[in-house]
Design a protein around this ligand. Structure first.
Ligand SMILES: [Zn+2]
Length: 172
């Protein structure tokens, strides 16, 4: 077996480690955001305790809770200005996937439940990507901190954003 191929199989899973936070291990008030820049594609992976987004981590029980859950899912599936990549990069949203099984009639798990959202943008000028403005703190008052991992052509970096910081920047 070529040595290089063996090394790659060993190294690649480690590069993805920040994505692997186990459900139930979360800390209320802290969401994680994975940012990956790959060619013209910018992808964002948001993982948040449901408590931070809607105030409970179980199936909705009342009409008001069901409505709040539906509105949350609808708004995150059309995120609008929730995330704004550098304007000069000319990024447009190409795909959005939002999953929160507990809110959608799925099996309730243990004590905690999360929402996972993935967004993919296509950028006309990806080299102009310098950062991202976000409205997570503005729209969700329970979120106190964002642990962001950025992976791009210049390597990887971890950033901790504390309320009210609304911009995630990375060196170009
Ligand atoms: Zn929780």
């Amino acid at each position: 077996m070529p040595r290089a191929a063996l090394l790659l199989t060993l190294i690649l899973p480690c590069a993805l480690l920040p994505a692997q936070a186990a459900p139930g291990a979360h800390q209320h008030g802290v969401v994680t955001l994975e940012v990956a820049i790959d060619g013209a594609e910018l992808s964002l992976g948001l993982r948040a305790p449901l408590d931070d987004l809607i105030g409970f981590e179980r199936a909705p029980r009342t009409a008001a809770e069901r409505q709040a859950a539906a509105e949350l899912l609808r708004s995150l599936r059309a995120p609008g200005a929730l995330f704004e990549p550098s304007a000069a990069a000319g990024c447009t949203l190409a795909a959005a996937t939002v999953q929160a099984p507990v809110l959608e009639g799925g099996a309730a798990g243990a004590d905690h439940a999360e929402l996972v959202a993935d967004y993919r943008y296509q950028c006309a000028q990806p080299q102009a990507l310098r950062g991202l403005k976000h409205r997570l703190f503005a729209d969700f008052r329970r979120i106190a901190r964002i642990d962001a991992a950025v992976a791009g052509p210049r390597g990887q970096a971890l950033h901790k954003l504390k309320r009210p910081a609304d911009t995630l920047s990375w060196p170009q």
